[in-house]
Ligand binder design. Structure first.
Ligand SMILES: [Zn+2]
Ligand SMILES: [Zn+2]
Length: 211
C-alpha cells in the first residue's frame, strides 16, 4: 500500500500516479492553470478569434481556444455560463488524471477584418436590381443571403425609386450569383485604385429583372 507524501492518503483512498495521489497532483495542475483567459470578440458580429480566424462564439470554438491556451494539457468543455467556462483538463504528464476547472473568459472587444471593411464602407461591386418591386425585393434578399453564405458581406443596401442597390465586398461572389440565376446584366467598371501594381475596379451590374 502506498502513502502520498503530501497528504498521507493511502492507495486505498485514492488513485495514485507514481508516488503522489490524484488529489495532490490535481491540485498541482490547478495551480499551473491561468484563472482567466482573454477572449477576442468582434464588437459588431460577436464572433470570436481562434487561431487567427474569427469563428462563431460556440462552446466548441471556446474549447479550441482554451485547448490552445492550456497546451500541452487537454481541454474538454463542460459548459459556459455567465462568462465562466467549466472545463475538464487532462494532465499531459499523467495519463488518466483530469480535473474540473472554472476559467473566467475575459472578453476583449475587437473588430474583425470583415467588419472593419464594412465600417469603412468597403465595396467591390454594386448590383442594381430594377423591375417589379416584390420581385426586386426577393432577389435582393437571396443575393444578400448568397453573399454571406459564400464569405462575402453586404456593405449597404439602398432603396432607389425603381429598385434596390446592393453594395458588396466581393465582385466574384456577386458575379457567381448573377450567373447562377442566369440574369442578364449591363456591366460597367470603374477604376478606383491600385494594389501591389494591380488595378482595382469596382463593378456595377445593372439588372432589369424579367416580369
Ligand atoms: Zn496526496
Ligand atoms: Zn465581426
Amino acid at each position: 500500500m502506498k502513502h502520498c507524501p503530501i497528504c498521507n492518503r493511502t492507495s486505498e483512498e485514492a488513485r495514485f500516479f507514481g508516488e503522489f495521489c490524484e488529489f495532490c497532483l490535481g491540485g498541482k495542475l490547478r495551480e499551473k492553470l491561468a484563472a482567466e483567459v482573454d477572449v477576442e470578440v468582434c464588437r459588431d458580429c460577436g464572433r470570436v478569434k481562434v487561431a487567427g480566424a474569427f469563428v462563431p462564439y460556440t462552446e466548441s470554438s471556446l474549447e479550441r481556444l482554451l485547448s490552445i491556451k492550456f497546451k500541452p494539457h487537454t481541454v474538454k468543455m463542460i459548459h459556459i455560463s455567465n462568462g465562466i467556462a467549466r472545463i475538464s483538463v487532462g494532465d499531459e504528464k499523467h495519463q488518466g488524471l483530469s480535473i474540473d476547472y472554472n476559467v473566467h473568459l475575459k472578453p476583449r472587444k475587437v473588430l474583425c477584418d470583415d467588419d472593419a471593411k464594412k465600417r469603412a464602407g468597403y465595396y467591390e461591386a454594386v448590383v442594381q436590381l430594377r423591375g417589379e418591386a416584390g420581385r426586386v425585393e426577393r432577389v435582393a434578399m437571396s443575393l444578400s443571403k448568397y453573399l454571406e453564405k459564400n464569405g462575402a458581406f453586404v456593405t449597404k443596401v439602398e432603396s432607389k425609386e425603381h429598385g434596390i442597390d446592393v453594395y458588396t465586398s466581393d465582385k466574384k461572389v456577386a458575379f457567381a450569383f448573377i450567373s447562377s440565376r442566369h440574369l442578364k446584366f449591363k456591366g460597367s467598371f470603374e477604376l478606383h485604385g491600385e494594389k501591389r501594381g494591380r488595378r482595382l475596379y469596382r463593378n456595377t451590374y445593372f439588372i432589369t429583372l424579367p416580369k
